[in-house]
Design a protein around this ligand. Structure first.
Ligand code: ZN
Length: 199
């Protein structure tokens, strides 16, 4: 059974989620939620899903970036995006800090903004402290696409969607992205979509 994925405008996406206790993490209910979120993410398909997106007011997200997604990218894209496979894992009660202040800008999408993408600047590298699915403390240092996924999912736990981070003029349908912009570098896209100057 797949969970319903809330779309933009659903109040749960605009609310800061609450932290979980260790006992609660180990409960049957939370373990079942994790399993269902994993299946829902894989079915979508997506590389991350945060509990608020399925209507649960909890600081919990599932992440997985699969080899098959990366193989489907055009040549050169995985390197450009620094995208490598990330095994399935769960982050709970995360805190995030940037490593350095270098940013990277790429198109990204969200399962809660179905059929849209936009260019979003994100920190290139981040450090995240979190509890895993057994309640154990963990820390991960991530670069590139994995760092982007972490920032995107942890934003969801704070009630933030990518529309608050994007270059507003870069918001577009996935269809138009594929039709007009897919082969162009982000710099060119931002230049071509810049605000027209009126004489
Ligand atoms: Zn999202």
């Amino acid at each position: 059974m797949y969970l319903h994925i809330h779309q933009a405008g659903s109040p749960v996406l605009a609310t800061a989620a609450r932290a979980l206790g260790v006992e609660e993490i180990r409960s049957e209910q939370t373990q079942q939620l994790i399993a269902m979120m994993r299946e829902t993410m894989r079915n979508a398909p997506g590389v991350g899903l945060a509990a608020p997106q399925v209507g649960a007011d909890l600081q919990l997200a599932v992440i997985e970036d699969r080899e098959e997604f990366i193989r489907a990218l055009p040549p050169g894209e995985p390197e450009l995006r620094e995208r490598v496979p990330v095994p399935f894992h769960v982050i709970i009660n995360p805190t995030l800090e940037p490593i350095g202040d270098e940013r990277a800008s790429f198109f990204e999408g969200c399962l809660s903004l179905d059929s849209f993408v936009a260019i979003v600047p994100r920190y290139r590298a981040v450090r995240v402290h979190y509890l895993d699915s057994t309640g154990k403390e963990n820390v991960t240092e991530a670069t590139g696409w994995y760092a982007r996924i972490l920032q995107h999912e942890i934003d969801h736990l704070r009630g933030i969607q990518y529309t608050e981070r994007m270059y507003p003029r870069s918001l577009m349908t996935s269809t138009n992205y594929a039709r007009f912009w897919k082969a162009k570098s982000v710099d060119i896209v931002l230049r071509d979509l810049a605000e027209p100057t009126h004489q």
